[in-house]
Write a protein that binds this ligand. Structure first.
Ligand code: G6P
Length: 606
């Protein structure tokens, strides 16, 4: 998604801004741009469609100036093009604006400005802001931005630079994140801490409805109505190195490999071996409150939603509380019934996904209780929920989610065990689950060590067009995640379906050219899944399985077995080879693995 970077201080802004843009590349974008106020007080602008390295080629050799803003754009209003790339300026090229989000009353405002004689140079909603701010009679830049924003409805995280007043940058936030980084007589600003962690780990997150006047020597925050606000800086725990690929060819590969360590961190300090239960301090729910929960509703988008499906199974199986996962977008648009004795759980790696955030806000408005399972500490969803479970998985940079899917599933297991032990989960079963959780990191290491087997398996898929993924019960969630991963990175058409549903439609598509991957744990449903395999084989469909050790069913063309765990935790391990499969199919098809086309890491628009 769009990314914002800004700098004001004693150094030249351009190199800092360009480095920041590189840090934000992982979020997904289609164009980039930069504006710096030069030593003569002029606004120097460069922007283009394509990658940040192409923008670099456009930069003037000597671009001196110590205040600037830069942007990566992911098109919403207007196609990806040079002219639609941010920053956008007013007619006099004095005001430069970069903006994440969508201005909803853009067409009305544009018509009004055009009627007043303004000529637009782009198709974007953002350009409107530049013209509005430039036209405001207010003397101070923050007052002019505030006045312009009063005319606007929609969402924004934005930064404004004024060549006539280059001693400050104004930022504002409504639905799209803005974070300030505090340096030594210099200030940084960004939409994502990844862009500033190299320079400072001392940060301030703006809240919705807040703006800030940022100068080299500090900042003042206020509400959009003008009332001063007080912010307490916090420290980012992630280091700059965590955002580097190191010796790995791709972030996706690095993050798959990091899973054993990431799972250890999610588990750290949370296993209560003495009482065969778990301890999650951040959920801030006493035992009697947990006992009163009658239903659990889980909300998220993309892989976070699918991890929620795994979580719902874990909760139902271990705690015997009805639990259901739903895409956050569907939930928020259907005027949902929010119940007093339902616990809502919002899942988000970034903590910034717009639909998930909006679902959380809807639940809170209706008086519901919501807790977050979030990776990025201090993110909007984390703060909005106020309580929950942080994954501590470390930064996830690849657009596709791998380690945070696994860690979210682990977090759900921890929660389900705590909830279960308050109810009917026996000490013996609790104890077995804790042992199984503690064994997961080493089991994941063993799967990753067999990567060569997956490389050979991947060769069988590279020439095809369609792949089906089939599973039952929690295995269906594994199939969904396997299909999502494969389509995201390799662009093969991959579709997941519940094994029993196969014969109600998708079976019509099975041919010798359409392979099916069956999620086949050796559990109570093993024989049902074997029957599904026979149905597919009867239509000459090639079948591959992810399974447990033992003789694979007859006619299967490839099998990968994972170590056994407690049955409820099987999905976590069965998913790992499918991540590697997606990676290697994409690699062999020469895809842009860390930045799949059209996709973004955190989707901060509706
Ligand atoms: C995007 C990403 C997915 C991710 C989803 C939800 O679509 O490409 O990988 O699962 O957003 O993101 P979140 O940060 O809320 O987990």
């Amino acid at each position: 998604m769009c990314g914002i970077v800004g700098y004001i201080g004693k150094r030249d802004a351009a190199p800092i801004l360009m480095e920041g843009l590189h840090r934000l590349e992982y979020r997904g974008y289609d164009s980039a741009g930069i504006a710096v106020v030069d030593r003569a007080g002029g606004l120097r602008l460069a922007k283009c469609k394509g990658r940040v390295r192409e923008l670099e080629k456009l930069l003037p050799q000597r671009l001196r100036g110590s205040a600037g803003i830069a942007h990566t754009r992911w098109a919403t209003h207007g196609e990806p093009s040079d002219r639609n790339a941010h920053p956008h300026c007013d007619a006099g090229s004095r005001i430069a604006v970069i903006h994440n989000g969508i201005i909803e009353n853009a067409s009305a405002l544009r018509a009004r400005l055009e009627a007043a004689g303004v000529c637009f140079r782009s198709d974007t909603d953002t350009e409107i802001l530049a013209h509005l701010i430039a036209a405001m009679p207010e003397a101070a830049l923050d007052a002019a931005v505030r006045a312009a924003l009063r005319m606007v409805t929609g969402t924004y995280g934005l930064a404004v630079l004024d060549a006539a007043r280059p001693d400050a940058i104004v930022v504002a936030r409504n639905g799209s994140p803005v974070v300030l980084g505090i340096g030594e007589r210099e200030m940084f600003l960004a939409s994502d801490p990844a862009a500033l962690v190299r320079h400072t780990r001392n940060v301030v997150y703006l809240d919705d409805g807040e703006m800030a006047l940022v100068r080299a020597d500090g900042f003042e925050t206020s509400t959009l109505d003008g009332g001063a606000t007080v912010k307490t800086p916090s420290t980012i725990s992630w280091t700059n190195e965590a955002f580097d690929k190191g010796d790995f060819p791709h972030f996706m590969k690095k993050e798959i490999a990091e899973q054993p360590e990431a799972v250890r961190r999610t588990l750290s300090g949370r296993l209560e071996l003495r009482f065969q239960t778990t301890h999650l301090g951040g959920i801030e729910l006493a035992a009697h409150e947990l006992l009163e929960i009658r239903r659990i509703k889980i909300l998220g988008c993309g892989s976070a939603y699918i991890a929620g499906c795994v979580g719902a199974h874990l909760i139902e199986q271990l705690a015997r509380v009805p639990a259901h996962a739903e895409p956050a977008s569907e939930f928020r648009y259907r005027n949902p019934v929010v119940e007093r004795d339902t616990l809502y759980i919002a899942v988000s790696q970034s903590g910034e996904t717009f639909d998930t955030l909006a679902a959380v806000q809807e639940i809170k408005r209706k008086g519901g209780r919501v807790l977050g399972i979030v990776n990025v500490v201090g993110s909007t969803i984390g703060r909005e929920c106020g309580r929950g479970i942080y994954l501590h998985a470390g930064p996830e940079v690849a657009v596709v989610s791998t380690k945070t899917f696994t860690c979210t599933s682990v977090a759900f297991a921890l929660f389900a065990i705590q909830l279960g032990r308050i109810r009917d989960l026996s000490t013996a079963h609790g104890g077995r689950l804790l042992d199984a959780l503690a064994a997961l990191p080493e089991q994941i290491e063993r799967i990753i060590a067999r990567e060569a087997e997956i490389v050979r398996l991947a060769e069988k898929f590279i020439g095809g067009e369609h792949v089906f993924f089939v599973g039952r019960s929690a295995g269906h969630a594994v199939a969904m995640e396997g299909a999502l991963k494969l389509k995201e990175v390799s662009y093969l058409h991959a579709e997941a379906c519940s094994a029993a549903e196969l014969k109600h439609g998708p079976l019509a598509l099975i041919t010798p050219e359409t392979p099916t991957i069956v999620v086949l744990p050796r559990d109570d449903l093993f024989h049902k899944n074997v029957s599904t395999i026979e149905e597919i084989r009867a239509r000459q469909g090639p079948v591959f399985v992810v399974t447990h050790p033992g003789e694979p069913p007859a006619g299967v063309e490839g099998a990968f077995d994972v170590p056994t765990s407690e049955p409820e935790l099987d999905p976590l391990l069965l998913n790992i080879p499918l991540q590697l499969l997606a990676y290697h199919v994409a690699l062999q098809r020469s895809c842009d693995i860390d930045k799949p086309r059209n996709l973004a890491k955190s989707v901060t628009v509706e």
